[in-house]
Write a protein that binds this ligand. Structure first.
Ligand code: CMX
Length: 427
């Protein structure tokens, strides 16, 4: 049975040829064009990146290697990592080999904890995580091999080493940050008997008598793992890595983007919104109360967190998966009930307002309520969970990009004056 690395080594030559042929035979064909509105509109919808690990059709939501994410909801994060990289779900033996490999890599250098302890007590946990990843840069296998001299065809091999080390270590660092930042007591060591999700849940130290929090962590790590490569965090990772900066630099940079309120930080904002509602109405509001509250919120110039998406035009299937989890395990929890209520009321309000192109909930709309239910109440930590999961996708994307020899990213910028002249020539 081949290891993950052997499997990729089998696949990559054909993949490389496929790309080479495509460019050779069709390199001058047009696949998209760009308007002035798109240039000034965050390049929304411009087809200019390649990502084979996952795709997000606006009317279907996340497909990981063509499989709807909802069909993958009961898989282990390790299975998803294998799928992202190879395009196939692992059989039992391949999964075992990957899990054994990752377990051997579950070691965090001591200096990481020293750096984290030296940080200001009020540092955001995302800043702590991204600092920890960056400070480990000297561990990069790719960097060491590159400095010795490395053939371009072999870049992916050492990038895979870095990816595996990061996938194994980031959950330990993230859990350590949780324990340290919120005074939860000493770090809980990684348990080599456990899969990634169960180990992560155990290291966080959340009480879990029924084993439901473990299920939630596995689901969380699967659902946030990848979302094609045009989003801020993935695009940043790809841009930084394209300069042949190693994955420690690239991942840390990308996760800094995830820490923005319009991106991954939205999950902490969502729960704040839900808690504000509960406090304001001393419980679950009625539909009418919620409608009014949402209008006041919008009229004060704020966005409704967890709603809208730059690509999706449906309820995010990842939200559906969290909703189903909540309906199964915490249907009686008022916080979860408010999430359901928002889902019933807010899309109509956003449609009436007529601004958001997508009035439906995204992945962040419901996850915080579930974490809160299990006692993880430190909501500024929630984006860290997103980051642990997204590490799977963006590191896999980088291995593939290196495998097909993607060059340094360098689009062309133009001045506003240039655009004015260009359009005046057309009119
Ligand atoms: N509440 C209120 N207004 C919203 C809105 C929302 N949830 N979503 C979009 N709008 C507004 C925009 O602010 C914009 O207003 P202006 O024209 O005044 O600037 C208008 O609707 C059009 O925006 P859009 O084209 O529909 O959305 P964008 O592609 O520009 O932005 C997103 C997408 C996610 C940033 C936006 O919907 C938003 O801010 N949502 C709330 C924050 C959130 O949930 N982010 C998490 C995204 C998930 C992820 O990280 O992957």
């Amino acid at each position: 049975m081949p290891t993950l690395k052997e499997k990729l080594a089998e696949q990559i030559p054909a993949l490389r040829e496929e790309v080479k042929d495509l460019v050779k035979q069709h390199g001058d064909k047009e696949v998209d064009k760009i308007t002035v509105a798109q240039i000034f509109g965050g390049l929304r919808g411009v087809k200019s990146l390649v990502c084979d690990t996952s795709s997000v059709p606006p009317e279907r939501g996340l497909l990981i290697r063509g499989i709807p994410v909802i069909e993958l909801a009961d898989k282990l994060p390790e299975e998803i990592f294998y799928l992202l990289l190879t395009g196939e779900l692992p059989d039992e033996e391949s999964l075992k080999l990957l899990m054994q490999d990752l377990k051997k890599r579950r070691k965090v250098p001591d200096y990481v904890w020293k750096v984290l302890k030296a940080m200001p007590k009020d540092s955001h946990p995302m800043c702590m995580l991204n600092t920890a990843i960056l400070v480990m840069e000297k561990e990069s296998v790719f960097k060491k091999q590159y400095d010795k001299g490395l053939k371009k065809e072999d870049y992916w091999i050492y990038t895979l080493e870095d990816a595996l080390n990061l996938v194994a270590r980031v959950p330990i660092i993230a859990a350590g940050i949780y324990r340290m930042k919120y005074n939860k007591g000493p770090r809980i060591p990684s348990d080599p008997k456990l899969d990634m999700g169960a180990d992560f849940a155990k290291m966080l130290g959340i009480k879990d008598p029924k084993g439901e929090f473990v299920k939630l962590m596995r689901l969380y790590l699967v659902l946030h793992s990848d979302h094609e490569s045009g989003n801020v965090s993935a695009a940043t990772v790809q841009t930084v890595a394209s300069a042949l900066s190693d994955l420690y630099y690239a991942l840390s940079a990308g996760l800094n983007g995830l820490a923005g309120p319009l991106h991954g930080l939205a999950n902490q904002e969502c729960l704040k919104f839900v808690l504000d509602l509960k406090k304001h109405f001393k419980g679950v509001p009625t539909d009418e109360q919620l409608r009014e509250f949402a209008w006041d919120w919008l009229n004060s110039g704020k966005v409704i967190p967890g709603y809208g998406h730059a690509v999706l035009r449906i309820t995010d299937p990842r939200f559906d998966a969290f909703l189903k989890f909540g309906q199964t395990y915490c249907a009686n929890d008022q916080i979860f009930q408010i999430v359901e209520k928002i889902f019933n009321v807010v899309p109509k309000v956003l449609m009436e307002q007529g601004k958001a192109k997508d009035p439906w909930p995204n992945v962040d709309a419901g996850s915080g309520a579930l974490l809160w239910h299990y006692g993880m109440k430190e909501f500024d930590y929630y984006t860290v969970l997103f980051a642990v999961s997204r590490t799977l996708g963006v590191t896999a994307q980088t291995v593939i990009a290196r495998a097909i020899g993607m060059p340094i990213v360098r689009p062309k910028s133009v001045t506003t004056q240039w655009i004015k002249e260009k359009v005046s020539q057309q009119s």
